[in-house]
Design a protein around this ligand. Structure first.
Ligand SMILES: Nc1nc2c(c(=O)[nH]1)N[C@H]1C(S)=C(S)[C@@H](COP(=O)(O)OP(=O)(O)OC[C@H]3O[C@@H](n4cnc5c(=O)[nH]c(N)nc54)[C@H](O)[C@@H]3O)O[C@H]1N2
Ligand SMILES: Nc1nc2c(c(=O)[nH]1)N[C@H]1C(S)=C(S)[C@@H](COP(=O)(O)OP(=O)(O)OC[C@H]3O[C@@H](n4cnc5c(=O)[nH]c(N)nc54)[C@H](O)[C@@H]3O)O[C@H]1N2
Ligand SMILES: [Mo]
Length: 758
């Protein structure tokens, strides 16, 4: 694609067409650079101007870490468990000193305690470029250096990552596959969106998308006559301009609604028995549960209405909506980020199976249309090259279990039918994540962090995690290096040009690792003698090879680099998930034990876990409105509107200034004597944080909605977290012993006016 064909939102500016291009997870931009400074970032392809516009402030932020630092206590006393991280002074040191100290410490822990003593999974999103992807780099480095404890699954769809392989044979349906919006616009009569389609989530795509097509695609479907139903405690989950029926259930009750609809399909005779026979296994076991034969409770619509605390008529209307016509069922990832989250995705698949439209255009189920930009966009996969890892001699734990591992070495942990023994961690290495933002029950995380003997962090900014390190290496941002970025959900691959020189003494993550690897004698294994340019060329060769396989012409590296963006030709037909399985399940069986969609899984039943009967099941969460005491609210912590997690918080477009906003129904606020704009304290037995109240009639009464993303800042005197980081309130209880995934969305809290001294 020629340079002047790249979409731009700012054609007034003649410079635009020659200015270099870069990319973040929140979209692409043209960079205006003057005198070594990034002056302006102009969004491309519909990227959010506020988020993209914050790039100059991010790169030149006073919160950048200028030099390597070592915590004074560690410098003076050496490694050891301590509560002083985050309290002690950080002492600036030169690069050689910091690298020597870190290399010696890694070697000591490897020698004395073995590879599993190093926690190096380093969960987090870091930056969009695929070479300088900090998390990939740290894992490759630690693997080269002898091995480490990795973190598996993720916070986004950790429960789905475990349940879907049992039901569908792999994680494709949540990781990258989905029926395209084009297919929905053409064929669907109804879309039912559990968790809604909140447009704030479309601003972000993992890896970085250039196009932002979802608002237009959803509007197209509506224009053709597709009816939408949104099921969510928050009316904001209906995009502006979309006319949708809105059902506002208790958070955590969606599985009950799905199962009741499946039951209704069965008892009304609507269930597609041919589909169930040919494409699924275990329908009889599921039906025995739905009918109440196994537990005495028929899963009727009135049963679900009671669980969800919604009018029965709302569910009856919903049943009428899905009973006929082509129906697309979707669930946001948020649904499974809750206790028993696995069941919501399994139940949605079961409902879709009853309706019998899986694998048909515009029908069946797909996950995450409301979760991230470009889900369901038309794109040919596989042209964004990835940075390769190395085999790890250590072990893996579920990512959300790291605090338990630090606190309880040697204890057993049930995980997907296995029992793992938590490692005895001595060293924590984090590059490209902010656990003091993303992990649950941050007070527990603080105590876990104190158990480590050494903590090493790479960060561009003084985040709460960087402040809680023993050794901090200042990392460059994406603007300070060349890279290749993009996502398989978007038809563009971007050459991310270096825009400005490294700021302060910052260095690229991979250069830091190369120097450590040199000291540890594993440099050749780590970087294979290639520099940035060498790796980018090698990675691009993978895309070219893929092109050759598919008969597509992929530009050579130099032309790609000069062009800035390569548009991957679209797939020949819009994607319909599971269409080949539908066409011939014997020729294209699923990779499940039965080759079919498993509505009953012998494997899961065989794990013999009390809450896993082997078919989708509704269990009420321990913390939800169904078990709330007077004065308790359900806290929904969703993704922030104009941030990517904790990224961008430090800019003026972030939430800095006042504690994070908290949406409350006006009736609930009035009952507590609270007014719009009030500073409030949210609390439960796990912690306390401040928030700024926002009255919103679109919030279900009894529910509070607060975005994640604020930087953790507990008041040392009172313990109250001051910026509004709701993870001091969320529980570290996992989804279940099956998935061991983050269950942040199951939390009850109380609210009070903030004391004036807070
Ligand atoms: N309560 C609650 N908690 C949640 C969620 C929720 O819904 N509710 N959602 C969860 C989900 S889905 C996710 S994905 C996580 C997100 O949690 P994280 O991935 O930890 O969040 P980020 O803020 O994106 O962290 C990335 C960090 O990398 C740093 N960084 C950026 N570029 C670079 C680089 O080039 N090099 C290095 N070394 N560092 C860099 C950034 O400054 C930032 O500190 O949060 C989870 N936590
Ligand atoms: N702007 C922006 N977009 C993002 C991100 C970001 O940080 N900022 N992060 C990205 C990442 S890493 C991920 S994993 C995805 C996450 O994607 P999701 O997990 O889907 O996103 P959330 O915003 O956490 O939740 C979506 C909506 O689900 C609703 N919800 C919560 N609990 C329930 C429930 O029990 N039942 C029902 N029916 N609805 C419920 C909430 O009202 C919420 O607005 O978002 C991505 N998109
Ligand atoms: Mo995520």
């Amino acid at each position: 694609m020629a340079k002047d064909m790249i979409p731009t939102d700012d054609t007034r500016d003649a410079q635009d067409l020659t200015a270099p291009i870069s990319l973040g997870h929140w979209g692409a931009f043209r960079a205006h650079v003057k005198g070594g400074r990034l002056e302006r970032a102009v969004p491309l392809g519909g990227a959010d101007p506020q988020m993209v516009g914050a790039w100059p402030e991010l790169v030149h932020s006073p919160l950048r870490i200028a030099r390597p630092h070592v915590r004074r206590g560690w410098l003076e006393n050496g490694p050891g468990p301590t509560p002083d991280r985050g309290r002690d002074e950080m002492v600036p040191v030169d690069w050689d000193t910091a690298l020597d100290l870190a290399a010696r410490e890694i070697a000591r822990v490897q020698r004395d305690h073995g590879p599993t003593a190093i926690l190096g999974g380093s969960y987090g999103w870091s930056s969009a470029g695929r070479l300088h992807h900090a998390r990939s780099q740290v894992r490759r480095f630690l693997a080269a250096a002898g091995g480490f404890t990795d973190q598996v699954t993720n916070y986004s769809w950790g429960a789905a990552a475990v349940i879907l392989p049992h039901v569908l044979g792999n994680t494709d349906a949540v990781a990258f596959a989905s029926t395209s919006w084009e297919s929905i616009a053409e064929h669907s009569d109804a879309v039912v969106a559990f968790g809604g389609l909140n447009p704030k989530n479309w601003r972000v795509t993992s890896g970085g998308a250039v196009d932002h097509p979802l608002p237009g695609l959803v509007a197209q479907a509506q224009a053709r006559g597709c009816r939408f139903t949104v099921i969510s405690p928050l009316a904001q989950d209906v995009p502006p301009g979309l006319e949708a029926a809105l059902i506002q259930p208790r958070p955590g009750s969606d599985t009950a609604i799905m199962l009741a609809l499946a039951h209704e399909a069965w008892v009304s005779g609507r269930a597609d028995r041919d589909f169930l026979n040919r494409y699924t296994t275990g329908a009889d076991r599921l039906v025995a549960y739905l009918s109440g034969a196994t537990d005495g409770v028929p899963k009727t619509l009135s049963w679900a209405a009671e669980q969800a605390d919604v009018p029965l008529s709302a569910l009856e209307d919903l049943w009428q909506t899905i009973r006929t016509g082509r129906v697309m069922l979707t669930a946001a990832w948020s649904l499974q980020r809750a206790q028993h989250g696995e069941q919501s995705f399994w139940a949605l698949i079961a409902l879709a199976a009853m309706l019998g439209q899986v694998g048909l255009p515009g029908g069946g189920f797909s996950f995450g249309y409301g979760s991230m930009g470009s889900v369901g966009a038309n794109a040919r996969r596989g042209f964004v090259p990835t940075f390769p890892g190395l085999p790890n001699k250590g072990m893996s734990i579920p990512c959300a279990a790291f605090a338990d591992a630090l606190l309880h070495p040697g204890q057993p942990l049930d995980f997907n039918g296995r029992r793992i023994t938590l490692p005895d961690l001595k060293l924590v290495y984090w590059a490209g994540g902010n656990p003091f933002h993303h992990a649950q029950d941050l007070t527990k995380v603080e105590s876990a962090w104190a158990c480590a003997e050494t903590v090493i962090v790479h960060e561009p900014w003084w985040t709460p995690t960087a402040r809680r390190a023993d050794i901090v290496f200042p990392a460059t941002t994406a603007a300070e290096r060349n890279d290749i970025g993009g996502t398989s959900r978007d038809p563009n691959v971007v050459f991310m040009a270096q825009l400005v020189p490294p700021q302060g003494e910052a260095r690229n993550d991979r250069d830091i690792f190369a120097d450590l690897a040199e000291r540890l004698g594993c440099r050749a294994a780590f970087d294979e003698g290639l520099d940035e340019e060498g790796w980018l060329r090698r990675m691009w060769a993978l895309s070219q090879a893929r092109g050759a396989d598919q008969g597509l012409e992929v530009p050579d590296y130099d032309s790609f680099r000069a062009q800035g963006v390569w548009q991957v030709p679209p797939p020949e037909t819009p994607e319909v998930m599971l269409d080949t399985f539908r066409a011939d399940p014997d020729a294209a069986p699923l990779k499940t034990p039965s080759g079919r969609i498993e509505l009953f899984s012998e494997t899961i039943a065989g794990f013999d876990l009390a809450d896993q009967p082997g078919h989708p099941v509704f269990h009420a969460p321990a913390e939800w409105l169904g078990a709330a005491r007077p004065g308790e609210f359900h806290l929904v912590t969703n993704q922030p509107e104009t941030q990517l997690h904790s990224q961008l918080w430090q800019t003026s477009s972030g939430m800095k200034g006042a504690p994070a906003p908290l949406r409350i129904h006006p009736g609930d606020a009035a009952a507590q004597g609270l007014e719009d704009g009030a500073r409030v304290t949210l609390y439960n037995r796990r912690g306390k944080c401040l928030a700024t109240l926002r009255l919103d009639p679109g919030v279900r009464p009894g529910v509070l909605v607060m975005p994640t993303g604020a930087w953790f800042d507990p008041d040392p005197r009172t313990g109250t977290e001051r910026n509004g980081n709701p993870n001091v309130l969320t529980s570290d209880r996992r989804t279940s012993k099956l998935g061991q995934a983050c269950a942040a969305l199951s939390a009850l809290v109380r609210i009070a006016p903030a004391p004036t001294e807070d």
